[in-house]
Ligand binder design. Structure first.
Ligand code: HPA
Length: 260
């Protein structure tokens, strides 16, 4: 039986309250400290391990997250598949506040983050990243939304920005010209590191605000908190509908490329 890994941005308390929830303490890894203990519990017979990427107290900013340690910890807890929950800003018309998106592409604008496990590798190793998300898991998420009668947008390009500041209006215009539909700060290097570890990784993103310049005025905490409060239950219903289907998911990832 596989273990399903979940990475959440917020709302960890929803998992801590499961009857059989326990802490799995993987404080240190070869890549340094993780964001916090994993929470393990079962859901309909499926074991789930959850990592809060910003830490228990939401004190770790997107550029400070030790993505390598977090992914490594999930893999050492025997997760094979990882479902990432994220909040994002919406750029395109179809991606307004409250919409849940299962993105299928990524644009990476992050910098100075530890972004690979393949350092000092002999031979040099590359991953194919043509399709950055695990499509078998994306299909499970899309099916689960249908069964739970939750409307989603099944596709879209996630732009990962450095943060912690939000973007300027001109930057959002540029991201749109580049082909971005939604924007967040944590999607990379998380997705690429998951691929390097051979994990089947996909993302469920809740749009919590109009991206900069796309709504009325500026982006406010009130807008984000209100939309999140309305959307989080739908997001979690979808997640829990997907968990049993993700457990023994058969998937294939491209083989690593080692030239020479
Ligand atoms: N930009 C970047 N990250 C975000 C946003 C945004 O507008 N909303 C939520 N995460």
């Amino acid at each position: 039986m596989g273990i399903v890994g979940v990475i959440v941005g917020s709302g960890l308390n929803r998992f801590q309250s499961a009857d059989d929830a326990c802490l799995v303490d993987i404080q240190n890894t070869p890549y340094g400290p993780v964001s916090g203990s994993l929470i393990q519990f079962s859901r309909g017979g499926t074991q789930v391990v959850v990592m809060a990427r910003h830490g228990q107290e939401h004190s770790i900013a997107p550029h400070e997250i030790n993505y390598r340690a977090n992914l490594w910890a999930l893999k050492s807890a025997e997760a094979r598949v990882v479902i990432s929950l994220a909040t994002v800003g919406g750029i395109g018309n179809r991606y307004g506040p409250g919409v849940i998106v299962i993105p299928d592409q990524i644009l990476d604008y992050t910098r100075n983050r530890e972004h690979t496990f393949f350092e000092d590798h002999d031979p040099v190793t590359h991953i194919d990243f043509t399709y950055p998300y695990c499509d078998e898991l994306r299909q499970v998420l899309i099916r689960s939304a249908g069964e739970a009668e939750i409307e989603i947008v099944a596709g879209g390009t996630y732009a990962a920005t450095q943060g912690p500041r939000l973007e300027t209006k001109a930057e959002i215009n540029k991201l749109e010209r580049d082909g971005a539909d939604i924007v967040g700060m944590t999607g990379m290097p998380e997705a690429a590191l998951a691929r390097e570890l051979g994990l089947c990784y996909a993302c469920m993103a809740l749009v919590v605000n109009h991206a900069a310049g796309r709504g009325q005025g500026v982006v406010t905490a009130t807008e984000i908190e209100t939309v999140y409060a309305h959307g989080v239950d739908r997001l979690l219903s979808m997640l829990f509908a997907a968990v049993p289907k993700a457990e023994d998911l058969a998937y294939t990832l491209p083989d690593p490329i080692r030239p020479g």
